[in-house]
Write a protein that binds this ligand. Structure first.
Ligand SMILES: C[S@@+](CC[C@H](N)C(=O)[O-])C[C@H]1O[C@@H](n2cnc3c(N)ncnc32)[C@H](O)[C@@H]1O
Length: 380
């Protein structure tokens, strides 16, 4: 039977996510800002959770409704047969998000939905599920627009960018699904050298290596759907068994460096934990001084960008030097920088071949691509 699902993702990655989900068996993928709605059976949902490198969560739609106020919301949530979907012994958390909603307080809306779910259980079973805001078994998501809303059960549980390999955080690490998106947007081919010269905790390198090896990102974690009554354990175990044969390792050439030895330790731990240390060479180096590890290749980096790390003034000094270093040392490379600092091309004194708008949470960012060609060293 076909169900309705919605996969959320960092904004800017929706089109890539729709293509990824299509390849995993999703039907009728429809892009909206922040995610992709799709249809499919439970296998498609399991596959999206196990294999999507871009999705943050996969949600299962259980109701749609029109509303004007909090009580309509209560009635809509009360109208759902929750005991059919999960056991009263499961713990619960409700999340409400809204765009253009007339409701005064989303906290109050959250409470009313929680009450509705609990009341429905009380009427059916005489008991109410407990709320656990930190580690709930069941997450109910409510999305509200101006006059319509939808209720979802979360099939992912912990967000999908938690792949189970991260122990070191470095400073300001990228989310794993955003890092995977940057690698996809760079159009890196697995046989090309890849360098992150400001690698921090190594997120981009781990995601690139996992992608090239064809390993399922969700192999080592559990999922929200395992707590739902609809869970088909034999089908899920079979899917996992069939996913256990990563494609034979290719001759990968991945390189990472950072000038901070402490974050390099985090990178080393993460890369080992993810089981890709054989393919990644790490070293301590300043991006302004290091040489290219090959005559041509793909650079992907997420420099400090003055929001969380480094001041705007320091970056205004750093970027022209980085531009010169790229021209001097990286002729033949396609260099990609993910940043919220939109002054970057100007300060690098380089013309981007491509710029892709992306969001890191609420922060508007760009992925800039600079094609460094031999002899492109212009005078400042
Ligand atoms: C925003 S963080 C990168 C986070 C990384 N993408 C991750 O997911 O963990 C920026 C990194 O650039 C490094 N960095 C800053 N200036 C550098 C330089 N001149 N040479 C090399 N690395 C530098 C910092 O040490 C920091 O780890």
């Amino acid at each position: 039977m076909s169900e309705h699902f919605f996969a959320t993702a960092p904004r800017g990655l929706e089109a890539l996510l729709a293509a990824e989900l299509g390849a995993l068996g999703a039907k009728d993928a429809a892009i909206v800002p922040g995610g992709v709605a799709f249809g499919g059976d439970w296998r498609a949902c399991y596959a999206a959770n196990l294999w999507s490198r871009l999705a943050s969560r996969v949600l299962w739609r259980v109701a749609e409704f029109g509303y004007a106020g909090d009580e309509d919301l209560y009635e809509a949530a009360r109208g759902v047969d929750w005991p059919r979907y999960f056991d009263v012994g499961r713990t619960l958390r409700v999340n409400v998000s809204a765009t253009k909603s007339p409701l005064k307080s989303l906290d109050f809306a959250t409470l009313r939905v929680k009450d509705a779910v609990c009341d429905r259980f009380r009427d059916a079973t005489g008991r109410r599920p407990d709320v656990d805001r930190r580690r709930p078994d069941i997450r109910v998501h409510v999305f509200l627009e101006a006059a319509r809303g939808a209720l979802y059960l979360d099939t992912s549980g912990e967000p999908l960018f938690k792949r189970g390999w991260r122990s070191g955080a470095g400073e300001a690490p990228l989310r794993e699904n955003l890092a995977a998106g940057l690698v996809m947007l760079s159009e890196w081919k697995f046989d090309e050298p890849l360098l992150d010269p400001m690698c921090g905790a190594g997120t981009i390198l781990v995601e690139a290596a996992a992608m090239a090896r064809g390993r399922a990102p969700g192999m080592n974690r559990s999922f929200g759907f395992e707590k739902l009554k609809a869970f088909d354990s034999p089908a899920w175990e079979k899917m996992k068994r069939e996913s256990r044969n990563p494609s034979p390792p290719r001759a990968l050439r991945l390189f990472g460096s950072d000038n901070d030895p402490r974050v390099l330790n985090d990178a080393r731990r993460n890369i080992a934990e993810a089981g890709v240390d054989r393919w990644v060479k790490l070293e301590r180096a300043d991006v302004l001084e290091r040489a290219a590890p090959a005559p041509a290749g793909v650079m992907i980096a997420n420099p400090p960008y003055g929001e969380r790390l480094g001041s705007k003034d320091a970056l205004a000094e750093f970027y022209p030097k980085l531009g010169s270093a790229l021209k001097r040392n990286f002729a033949g490379w396609r260099c990609h920088f993910f940043t919220a600092d939109l002054r970057m091309p100007k300060l690098l004194r380089l013309q981007p071949a491509r710029k892709t708008p992306l969001y890191n949470g609420a922060l508007e960012c760009r992925l800039y691509e600079f094609r460094m060609v031999a002899g492109s060293h212009r005078k400042p």
